[in-house]
Design a binder for this molecule. Structure first.
Ligand code: HAM
Length: 416
């Protein structure tokens, strides 16, 4: 028997409601902020991610699902920002749309060691705004992320915000870390020893206590920020304060991807555990579009991990009844008549189904109950003769005979 690959999930029909709810909430919120949906391919040239995320990024080093043909290396997308930057350039959106706001939902792929909240195929809900360096845009994007979390019925999260500064500032920060940690290497964890060479900024957000203390002792704070980036960050935090958004300034927040500059942010939740506590994250990537061969265009975005949202979301009391109408037709003639009845109900916008397993009346009623049907229509010989149908309200248990001509009105009353 085949089994799914560890770190992937079947999202079954009885689990889909909550996915669709989250997606609907997201679409509505994105639309309020004037974002339109984009659907880039799930597969790209692998080098797009090397160039965008950086050769030293963990995702590129260890986690890409690569597909090698004789001449090309493709990758299943580990994230969507690079794809969207590529699409923005390739489709000349800077010339046609100008400032561009897009949102996306869909699967991402990373070769992880699967555990709670860490999958190999997971889903992002995210957005990107491309074509502006205005700090007011950072404020709007962070406000949107915060609004979405609240709309998803998630509480107990913390919003962390930092600025990495421009490319020069990031390199100044790297130099400070190299100078400060060079003689303390032996006290750092094995991962950070590797990071020291490959991706030194990641030492800043290592969860290991010894590494954390070593970084804290350097008291770097935001001292690496140039005057312009400092001013940008001041305007971002002032904007967040003006909107009364709760956040914490977190100088250790660096994010693992090369493309980030200036503002970075993350929403963390303690119920996710210490290792992968981020519900979502984002930031500015002002140099990415030009690095990939496009125009100079400031940009910012974020992505939530859908599966992690579902792990911490407040459970709402499940709706016990759907709006389904379930027809039980007894006998061949009633079944034939039932086909027509179902089609006319559907034409009138009523969601309905019937028994295709030839169950007994009792069995079919049980099935209707299991499906959460709002009401059942029983069509037997008697009803056929009288051109009526028996309508059973599954909530109150009440049953009454209704003339076929009056059925639509009776259903409307029962279903509302
Ligand atoms: P990221 O932090 O790599 O950022 O991913 C965003 C979110 O995806 C994480 O905070 C987490 O909730 C979820 N996530 C990541 N990996 C996994 C996994 N293996 N299993 C389950 N959930 C996971 C990005 O991908 C950036 N593209 C975000 C962004 C958009 N920055 C600017 N624009």
């Amino acid at each position: 028997m085949f089994k799914r690959i560890p770190g992937t999930k079947d999202i079954l029909p009885d689990q889909i409601d909550v996915w669709q709810t989250i997606e609907a909430i997201s679409r509505e919120a994105f639309s309020l902020y004037n974002y339109r949906e984009i659907r880039p391919p799930l597969i790209e040239e692998a080098s797009l991610f090397n160039r965008s995320l950086g050769d030293g990024a963990e995702i590129v080093q260890k986690q890409m699902f690569l597909i090698q043909s004789s001449s090309d290396a493709f990758a299943l997308r580990p994230e969507a920002t690079a794809s969207i930057a590529r699409a923005y350039i390739e489709n000349s959106l800077d010339k046609t749309t100008g400032f561009t706001k897009v949102y996306y939902m869909g699967p991402m792929f990373r070769m992880e060691r699967p555990q709670k909240g860490r999958l190999r195929q997971f889903h992002h809900i995210g957005c990107e705004a491309i074509g502006s360096q205005d700090p007011a845009l950072d404020v709007e994007v962070i406000a949107l992320a915060d609004k979405l979390l609240k709309a998803f019925a998630i509480d107990g999260y913390e919003l962390k915000v930092n600025s990495l500064g421009c490319a020069k500032d990031k390199s100044a920060l790297s130099d400070m870390l190299r100078a400060g940690l060079g003689d303390k290497l032996s006290g750092l964890c094995d991962d950070c020893k590797g990071r020291f060479e490959r991706n030194i900024l990641r030492v800043m957000d290592c969860k290991n206590e010894a590494c954390r203390q070593a970084v804290e002792a350097l008291s770097i704070g935001n001292s690496y920020l140039c005057a312009e980036c400092n001013e940008h960050f001041t305007r971002v935090t002032a904007g967040l304060d003006a909107l009364k958004i709760k956040y914490e300034r977190s100088p250790s927040l660096v994010r693992g991807l090369d493309y980030y500059t200036r503002t970075v942010f993350e929403a963390v939740h303690k119920e996710l555990g210490p290792q992968q506590n981020a519900l979502g994250a984002g930031g500015r990537y002002d140099n990415l579009i030009s690095q990939l061969g496009g125009p100079s265009a400031g940009a910012i975005g974020f992505a939530f991990g859908m599966e992690r949202l579902l792990l911490v979301r407040r459970q709402e009391t499940a709706a016990t009844r759907t709006r389904l109408v379930y027809l039980i037709a007894l006998g061949e003639e009633a079944k034939r008549e039932g086909v027509k009845l179902l089609e006319s109900l559907r034409a009138g916008g009523v969601s309905c189904d019937t028994d295709y397993e030839n169950k007994s009346l009792k069995g079919a009623l049980r099935k209707a109950n299991d499906l959460g049907a709002a009401c059942v229509l029983i069509l037997g010989e008697d009803e056929l003769k009288k051109e009526t149908v028996m309508l059973k309200d599954m909530v109150s248990g009440e049953q009454k005979e209704v003339e076929r001509g009056a059925l639509a009105a009776a259903l409307q009353k029962t279903l509302c």
